[in-house]
Design a protein around this ligand. Structure first.
Ligand code: ZN
Length: 188
């Protein structure tokens, strides 16, 4: 309008918290710098000079944020446990399930992220599935049932799964106990 730009927003809801306000300011700043042209839009890989996609550039841009030489965590994809349970635990191990703590970390405005079951700690995946009083009771019963020495409920999910894999049992028995653990977490 008159050689300038006016943005007429139609958001579904009002901005929520400082983080969103900051993001909005950043967006407006970017849009001010952006030159709108009347050509057709095209997709391209922004870090590539040739405006095309290649694996080398993808790797390059990843390596700016990640250590690509770091050993990846090897999650045991135990076929004796249902796929949905494995998928859930695989994400829970990395705290990538939508607990209130994870949602807050992702910018959702939540005042209270304390565990609703025990009220004693923040609701993380490791807490809900392992460290919470309720989870501890469940694991005690699993330990009795499977006759394993103990489940370390003070550590994290990665350590628990590792310990189960290191049990002095036959391969098949370890696999069964591992599947039970996966399914236990899904059920909790
Ligand atoms: Zn709790």
């Amino acid at each position: 309008m008159n050689g300038g730009k006016i943005w007429d927003w139609a958001w579904v809801r009002a901005l929520n918290g400082d983080m969103e306000k900051h993001e909005m300011e950043e967006l407006e700043m970017r849009l001010q710098q952006h030159l709108v042209v009347y050509n057709n839009d095209v997709w391209y890989w922004s870090s590539s000079e040739q405006q095309c996609f290649n694996v080398k550039d993808a790797r390059q841009s990843l390596s700016n944020q990640l250590d690509l030489n770091e050993q990846a965590y090897e999650f045991v994809w135990n076929k004796w446990a249902p796929g949905k349970s494995l998928m859930f635990v695989w994400k829970a191990v990395e705290e990538k399930v939508p607990t209130t703590t994870a949602l807050r970390g992702g910018g959702v405005n939540l005042q209270n992220v304390i565990c609703q079951t025990c009220g004693a700690a923040e609701e993380t995946a490791a807490h809900v599935l392992l460290q919470c009083n309720f989870a501890k009771r469940v694991w005690e019963e699993i330990v009795k049932w499977t006759k394993i020495p103990a489940a370390n409920t003070e550590g994290n999910l990665k350590e628990l799964l590792q310990e189960l894999n290191d049990l002095q049992r036959s391969r098949k028995m370890r696999k069964a106990i591992h599947a039970i653990a996966i399914q236990t977490m899904w059920t909790i």
